[in-house]
Design a protein around this ligand. Structure first.
Ligand SMILES: [Ca+2]
Ligand SMILES: [Ca+2]
Ligand SMILES: [Zn+2]
Length: 314
């Protein structure tokens, strides 16, 4: 469901003052931890945290994070570690830039006018940090408390590093938002809702978006020359992904969508270009004549997109 509140957003190029780098957070190798770092990663921080509750971004040391009595910081840190591990274990990805870049989060991030309790989260590609608002307690609880929200913002970083699409309230912005939502639904696979853990605490069962029931889930439903938010243009490719997951499995769809993003997507792609990227990815993973390729093709047709054929022509 889409609401009138600012949706989970994305900022490219916003001017944010740079702060001094935080002290390296050391993660002790621990064989019993599901998040035990690999041997070559032990000297690198995997997650870095800033606290912006005072107005400026204050870097936290590993000791400060470990001993924090701040449940918002603790929950956001835990989710950022999960996201880093998710990229590593699910896609073999080494950090946001695939070269070991840690996930950098700013907790208690205010609104751009300085007021607290921002009902939003966003990736800013100038300082390469994810900004997490506290929410007003009515529309949102602290946004870093949701694994899918954290993943969504981290995927915006991957889109920037891998594809470099221009972001705007248009189809390309919608494609960017859709990849963020779809990959988030692989990390948090219980449903097709985004943000359900932190959205409208007095209303159970809803989310910021529902990928299986987007407002605009077919190209034919989008008015010509529509002027609307990027998050409205994301419905078509997101619903295609849901159809593919229903046909071949959610985790299999995730492999196709991730490969489409990092290996096949053209930065100028529209919906048909995304369809082609997913077909090329499915063909590379499963074979050009596989049933999985057929499922991807059928899913795009269901949402009104006639895929342009590339190397995956069967
Ligand atoms: Ca979810
Ligand atoms: Ca709710
Ligand atoms: Zn977004």
């Amino acid at each position: 469901m889409l609401s009138n509140v600012p949706p989970i957003g994305h900022v490219s190029g916003a001017v944010v003052p740079r702060q001094q780098a935080p002290t390296t957070i050391q993660h002790e190798p621990n064989a019993t931890s599901p998040f035990a770092p690999s041997r070559d990663a032990t000297r690198r921080p995997r997650v870095e945290v800033w606290d912006q509750s005072s107005g400026t971004e204050q870097a936290l040391t590993g000791v400060q994070i470990s001993n924090t009595g701040d449940a918002t910081i603790a929950a956001a840190y835990a989710n950022a570690v999960k996201v880093d591990e998710f990229f590593r274990s699910t896609f073999g990805r080494n950090g946001l830039d695939n070269q070991g870049m840690p996930i950098r989060i700013v907790v208690h991030a205010p609104n751009t006018d300085g007021t607290p309790n921002m009902n939003n989260a966003y990736w800013d590609n100038l300082p390469n940090r994810i900004y997490l608002g506290d929410g007003d307690g009515e529309v949102f609880q602290p946004l870093g408390g949701a694994l899918d929200v954290m993943t969504h913002e981290a995927v915006h970083a991957i889109v920037d590093f891998e594809v470099g699409m221009r972001y705007g309230d248009n189809i390309q912005g919608g494609i960017n938002e859709s990849f963020a939502d779809v990959i988030a639904s692989i990390a948090d696979p219980d449903d097709w809702l985004i943000g359900e853990d932190i959205y409208t605490p007095n209303t159970p069962g809803d989310g910021v978006r529902d990928l299986a029931h987007p407002r605009f889930g077919n190209v034919a439903d989008i008015p010509a020359n529509a002027v609307m938010a990027a998050h409205e243009f994301s419905g078509v490719p997101s619903l295609a992904a849901v159809h593919v997951a229903n046909a071949i499995g959610r985790s299999e769809m995730g492999q196709v969508w991730y490969s489409a993003l990092v290996d096949h997507l053209d930065p100028r792609a529209g919906y048909a270009g995304v369809a082609r990227a997913t077909l090329d990815a499915a063909a590379a993973i499963y074979g050009a004549t596989s049933s999985q390729v057929g499922a991807v093709r059928d899913a795009w047709k269901t949402v009104g997109v006639e895929p342009r054929w590339g190397a995956a022509k069967a």
